[in-house]
Ligand binder design. Structure first.
Ligand code: DC
Length: 225
């Protein structure tokens, strides 16, 4: 059986992983896994069912039988949860914060493991998340850890939300990012950290094109392209 090439891109909120993974997946013709969207969907489904993000057993149940579809709509991906289009609802800061809470629950992470691994199909996969290279796809041939200063990430997120016509406050976003970093980096299960064999890129002062080029060179040097 042919091995599926896997590229993992991990890093904190707002480091530009999302845009970069989309670009790389398009360029290489690979599948794309946005694992953060799964945690956001679990958080939203829990809210819809009146379940607190701290209730581990109930949230894990929801994660285990998440009824979700990802539909291609032009250049975008439409996310449908239990028949409802939640593409915008899962992108709010509040949903990101609840996602970070449910993501710290061991049973929830376990419930989502196989669903994430199932994305590894030929011709290849670009996986975006926090623990793609350290837990879910430890065997990945290419691992990248993308980071940037908290201030730069807050500025980028603010512009992103404004462009989508969503309400936003820069100081609130910076505070949220710092709180989320703290929770994601210090949780006992699958904390946010670079894999030992990851290429670490601080993109505070880099353009997305520079980052993409750097990763493409890294992939090429690994003999994948
Ligand atoms: O990448 P994102 O902002 O959409 O992720 C939302 C939250 O989900 C983030 O605060 C941490 C969590 N997450 C995680 O713990 N593990 C992943 N592989 C992806 C996201």
């Amino acid at each position: 059986m042919k091995t599926v090439p896997i590229i993992t891109i991990d890093g904190p909120s707002g480091s530009g992983k999302g845009t970069l993974c989309k670009l790389l997946a398009e360029r290489l013709g690979y599948h794309l896994l946005d694992s953060g969207a799964l945690y956001r969907l679990v958080a939203l489904a829990a809210e819809h069912h009146g379940v607190s993000p701290e209730n581990e057993l109930a949230v894990a149940d929801i994660a285990g039988c998440l009824d979700v579809q990802f539909k291609t709509k032009g250049d975008d991906i439409q996310v449908v949860l239990e028949g409802e289009d939640v593409s915008l609802a899962i992108r709010t800061e509040a949903c990101g914060m609840n996602a970070s809470k449910v993501a710290s629950l061991t049973l929830v992470r376990k419930a989502l493991q196989e669903r994430q691994r199932a994305f590894a199909e030929l011709p290849g996969l670009v996986a975006d998340g926090r623990d793609m290279g350290t837990v879910i796809f430890r065997e990945a041939q290419v691992k990248v850890f993308l980071t940037a200063s908290a201030q730069e990430r807050a500025d980028r997120r603010y512009k992103q939300l404004k462009n989508k016509g969503l309400d936003a406050s820069l100081s609130d976003i910076l505070m949220d990012i710092q709180q989320r970093d703290e929770r994601d980096e210090n949780r006992s299960i699958a904390p946010l950290k670079p894999a030992d064999d990851a290429l670490v890129i601080d993109c505070t002062q880099m353009t997305i094109t520079d980052v993409e080029q750097k990763i493409l060179t890294f992939i090429h040097n690994k003999g994948i392209l």
